[in-house]
Design a protein around this ligand. Structure first.
Ligand SMILES: Cc1cc2nc3c(=O)[nH]c(=O)nc-3n(C[C@H](O)[C@H](O)[C@H](O)COP(=O)(O)OP(=O)(O)OC[C@H]3O[C@@H](n4cnc5c(N)ncnc54)[C@H](O)[C@@H]3O)c2cc1C
Length: 378
């Protein structure tokens, strides 16, 4: 018997949708509110290492992701001229029935999550967000921006890095910060030669190729951070300019980056909420609690693991405060390791680009270690 019977999930991103699905699967009533009215996700892709697939299996979506994505064994590392250096280990020990990695487009991932939530009857209200909460020992009453209100046993805030609920509950406790780098992404046709994930490192940039289907991949380019608007007509030129020091296959692919509307550029940011992650009957999960830079491709994995574990723990016995405290204690080391390791890789990359030699700097080794660590149970 679950210790909650009705839950509000705030945020219809990867974490919020996964939480809604996992709770509904457990027979718990869920309402989901999403602040966007059109509920769109941008068109590039997402990498799902094997531990992501293990967690997605819990909500019945691992196989669909692999069927509709681009599975790959490992990362192949290259120099800036296109010479292969080495492959990272192929570790699928978290979910041996699935590949070590899968790439998938964000719109397909979103459609799969929305489809599963609809199948389970999760009511979704778009353009809706809480304006305030009133908590008692037994319930939290939520007053929404559409004038309605409702009492819940638990509220899960999965609002992403700029979570209003986190800031209201824990003022000043966690502020997203820019890390000095930016990342550019663009979908491209997948050449037959791209058989794994690829990382091409030059003196001042890192470029990746991520399979998303047999015929599609995306390119990411990690650069120093620049100021440029999301709708700047010069986005494609700016992305190409970051590839000018490449020769070989990356230089050829760069010629295909022509449409500024298809370029997705984001300055890299990170945030870590030190515990507690809950106050009373409201808990913060996913990027709202621990957003990592994308160096380890583990942000969504952490949000999905949070969601499935929380749903699981709510089905055991105990007082709600104890369960939420135990949940945070269990998730904290893993999420913090990913945030800290991702930041470390970013620091090493920036030092290398600046010509600073840091003893012990080894991003490839840390990527391998972190991948391996994430195969351990969550
Ligand atoms: C460039 C880049 C590349 C990445 N690549 C990868 C990758 O390859 N693999 C990986 O695992 N992770 C990756 N990540 C990280 C991943 O995208 C995030 O960790 C993940 O999306 C977090 O999910 P979330 O549900 O916690 O937050 P979000 O995805 O940010 O979702 C939050 C949702 O809440 C809604 N919302 C916000 N505020 C409110 C409110 N007040 N009321 C109601 N709704 C609200 C938002 O509109 C949104 O829909 C990447 C991130 C970046 C920036």
């Amino acid at each position: 018997m679950a210790i909650v019977s009705n839950v509000l999930v705030i945020g219809g991103g990867i974490g919020g949708l996964t939480a809604s699905i996992a709770l509904r699967q457990a027979g718990i009533a869920v309402d989901l509110v999403e602040i966007q009215t059109d509920w769109t996700v941008y068109g590039v892709g997402i990498i799902q290492p094997n531990n992501t697939l293990r967690a997605l299996e819990k909500i019945g979506l691992a196989k669909a992701c692999v069927d509709l994505g681009g599975a790959f064994d490992c990362w192949r590392l290259f120099d800036g001229a296109g010479n292969a250096l080495f492959d990272t280990p192929k570790d699928n020990s978290a979910a041996p029935a699935y590949p070590a990695n899968n790439g998938i487009t964000r719109p397909i991932m979103h459609a799969l999550l929305c489809g599963r939530a609809a199948e389970l009857g999760v009511p979704v209200r778009l353009g809706v967000t809480p304006e305030r909460f009133e908590q008692s020992a037994e319930a939290v009453t939520v007053f929404f921006n559409d004038g309605t209100d409702k009492a819940y046993d638990l509220v899960i805030a999965a609002e992403g890095m700029y979570s209003k609920t986190r800031d209201a509950l824990f003022p000043g406790a966690a502020a997203p910060h820019f890390t000095g780098q930016g990342v550019w992404r663009y979908n491209l046709p997948r050449p037959a030669s791209v058989k794994t994930g690829e990382v091409h490192s030059s003196a001042h940039k890192k470029v990746g190729l991520v399979p998303m289907s047999p015929s599609l991949m995306y390119m990411f380019v990690v650069s120093e951070r620049i100021e440029i608007a999301r709708d700047d007509p010069g986005l494609a030129d700016a992305m190409r300019s970051h590839l000018s020091e490449y020769t070989g296959p990356i230089a050829e692919l760069a010629k295909l980056i022509t449409d500024p509307n298809e370029v997705v550029y984001r300055p890299m940011e990170s945030v870590m909420l030190e515990p507690a992650w809950h106050k009373g009957r409201i808990i913060i999960i996913g990027d709202a609690a621990h957003a990592a830079t994308p160096h380890l491709a583990q942000g969504a994995a952490m949000a999905i693991e949070d969601a499935v574990l929380l749903a699981e723990m709510l089905q055991g016995g105990g007082a709600i405060d104890g369960v939420l405290t135990a949940f945070t204690r269990r998730r904290l080391p893993r999420a913090k390791y990913i945030v800290d390791s991702s930041l470390q890789i970013g620091v090493w990359e920036q030092e290398q680009w600046a010509g600073i030699h840091s003893p012990g700097a080894n991003p490839g080794m840390l990527l391998g270690q972190a991948t391996h660590a994430m195969m351990e149970p969550y």
